[in-house]
Design a protein around this ligand. Structure first.
Ligand code: AR6
Length: 173
């Protein structure tokens, strides 16, 4: 398990992987944060393709090509907006990770990179989000050996420090 999970501090648009995951909104038509960075780096063809997808429900995921990105594909998932914790935010966030991994697996992809979904504009508490992300990914990897590598890409220092600590706890490094 340890060798299948890697922590990266930086910009997800730079990663050469089979798929990077986008923390999108339900329109899939772009936005700020990591979504904006991915659309800028991929170029305008990405928006042309997402326009054909009819949006995406919270907790679900859809796949497109990566265009000018070094990644072959972009998996767009829609995280929950944090509304205090009683609106199924945790289940929906876990579902973003599982749906993205299922989609990767169905397309025969082996390497996938996740940003810290919902922890920016959508306001999900970072500690709780890191626990959900790590445990959901570990659960999936334990019964899906086809996925070779999962990268957790932390852009901000706070998330990076949290993931360093939590990965040590979960993986016993
Ligand atoms: N690479 C990796 N992570 C990044 C990057 C990057 N280039 N840029 C920001 N992050 P957010 P959300 C981190 O707000 O909370 C958009 O407008 C950032 O530090 O991008 O799911 C969408 O269109 C944070 O930890 O996504 C939606 O409307 C994490 O990405 C809405 O924001 C997520 O922050 C989605 O909100």
């Amino acid at each position: 398990m340890k060798e299948k999970i890697e922590l990266v501090h930086g910009d997800i648009t730079r990663l050469e992987v089979d798929a990077i995951v986008n923390a999108a909104n339900r329109s899939l038509l772009g936005g700020g944060g990591v979504d904006g960075a991915i659309h800028r780096a991929a170029g305008p063809e990405l928006l042309e393709e997402t326009k054909t997808l009819n949006g995406c429900q919270t907790g679900q995921a859809k796949i497109t090509s990566g265009y000018k990105l070094p990644a072959k594909y972009v998996i767009h998932t829609v995280g929950p907006v944090w509304k205090g914790g009683k609106r199924k935010e945790s289940e929906l966030l876990a579902s973003c990770y599982t749906s993205s991994l299922q989609l990767a697996s169905r397309h025969g992809l082996q390497t996938i990179a996740f940003p810290n979904i919902s922890t920016g504009v959508y306001g999900f508490p970072k500690k709780a989000a890191a626990d959900i992300a790590i445990s959901t990914v570990m659960d999936f990897l334990s019964d899906h050996t086809e996925i070779q590598k999962v990268y957790f890409v932390c852009f901000d220092q706070e998330n990076h420090q949290l993931y360093e600590k939590k990965l040590q706890e979960h993986l016993g490094e």
